[in-house]
Design a protein around this ligand. Structure first.
Ligand SMILES: Cc1ncc(COP(=O)(O)O)c(C=O)c1O
Length: 343
């Protein structure tokens, strides 16, 4: 498979915007920057940010053991997903595959970009139906979300491998929740699969949803095309600095992940005692999908008690299911007490 053949012609041909900071940015030899029409008075953020976010990338490169040329940073992984649509999918012509129930933004981004979505539902154990997926012809992108939102489970390694080997287009593997999982990331398999793009985010385990930083990992070939179309200064300086600060303290992140996972297990034990919960799905993420007697009714009861959860009853295969995010110990205790009170 020739990856470049999957790229839209207008993207192949376009000349990217050359930003001032792309041309020069090293101030070590006392350079004077009068090129970007910035306000010269220093307030910490009067200069444009590094368009290639090299400090963040080089830190990530050490942690992930990957070259900085295999990374693209964006304003959340949602921006990375949008850029992937815009690089590969011709509006009103191309199609992509999603596996519902799954993360809703794939469908929304497809609609925004005028791209058709072929839905191949997950099996009743929430695993991909390999043969049915591979029967779809001429799809540009296949979206795999593992651990999957809203079901919480990972896809079987052998199934993901089969899809990577046989799907004749780009495979986007969304690993937003991978840090909560026992399954390993596919990052160290990037070299084996030139059609693979992995997305990760600082919004979940890293606790930085408010600063919006997502990452796309892929071959240098794919990253360089994505780089051509990204907005020049898509990751602001404050975000870049916050991530660097957080990465200095990875022990704290690891400790929080460990606590969330322990709380997830405590929550499962407590949820088993609630009479109107008939099923708690296995989770490799920081949330639990549970089946109740009447999701709309229970959801409303929660709202009245001041607790906001996600009602997933209208998602394929999720009738009467609610999605509960794992909170702190105190938050989970309030959740459980509320469940006990309304049962
Ligand atoms: C599976 C999945 N991917 C991506 C995202 C978006 O992440 P970000 O905050 O990096 O845009 C979410 C957010 O809920 C998600 O559940």
């Amino acid at each position: 498979m020739k990856i470049l053949e999957l790229v839209r012609n207008n993207v192949k041909e376009l000349n990217p915007y050359a930003s001032a900071r792309d041309e020069y940015q090293d101030s070590s030899n006392n350079m004077l920057f009068l090129d970007a029409n910035e306000n010269p008075f220093d307030n910490g953020v009067n200069r444009y940010p590094d368009p290639q976010q090299l400090q963040v990338k080089s830190k990530l490169s050490k942690i992930k053991n990957l070259s900085t040329n295999n990374m693209l940073l964006g304003n959340g992984s949602d921006e990375i997903l949008d850029l992937i649509f815009r690089v590969f999918c011709e509006p009103n012509k191309d199609k992509v595959i999603t596996l519902p129930p799954t993360y809703g933004m794939y469908q929304v981004l497809a609609n925004i970009n005028a791209v058709e979505v072929v839905e191949v539902p997950l099996s009743n154990t929430f695993q991909p139906q390999i043969d049915k997926i591979l029967e779809v012809t001429n799809a540009k992108i296949l979206f795999l979300c593992s651990p999957n939102n809203p079901t919480g489970n990972c896809f079987a390694v052998s199934d993901v491998e089969k899809l990577l080997e046989n799907f004749q287009g780009i495979v986007v593997l969304d690993e937003a929740y991978i840090d909560f999982s026992e399954q390993k990331s596919w990052l160290n398999k990037l070299d084996d699969f030139p059609n693979l793009i992995i997305t990760q985010t600082f919004s979940k385990a890293y606790g930085l949803a408010g600063i919006r930083l997502g990452i796309g990992y892929a071959s240098t070939e794919i990253i360089s095309v994505l780089n051509k179309i990204k907005p020049p200064y898509n990751v602001n300086s404050l975000t870049q600095q916050s991530v660097l600060d957080r990465l200095i303290n990875r022990k704290e992140v690891a400790f929080e992940i460990q606590q969330i996972k322990a709380e997830r297990e405590n929550l499962i034990i407590e949820l088993q005692t609630i009479s109107f919960i008939s099923k708690i799905y296995h989770s490799d993420a920081n949330f639990l999908l549970v089946k109740v007697d009447d999701a709309n009714f229970r959801y409303q009861q929660f709202i009245e008690k001041g607790i906001v959860i996600r009602n997933r009853t209208n998602q394929l295969g999720c009738k009467n299911c609610l999605r509960l995010t794992v909170g702190t110990k105190a938050e989970n205790t309030r959740l459980i007490n509320t469940l006990k009170a309304i049962q």
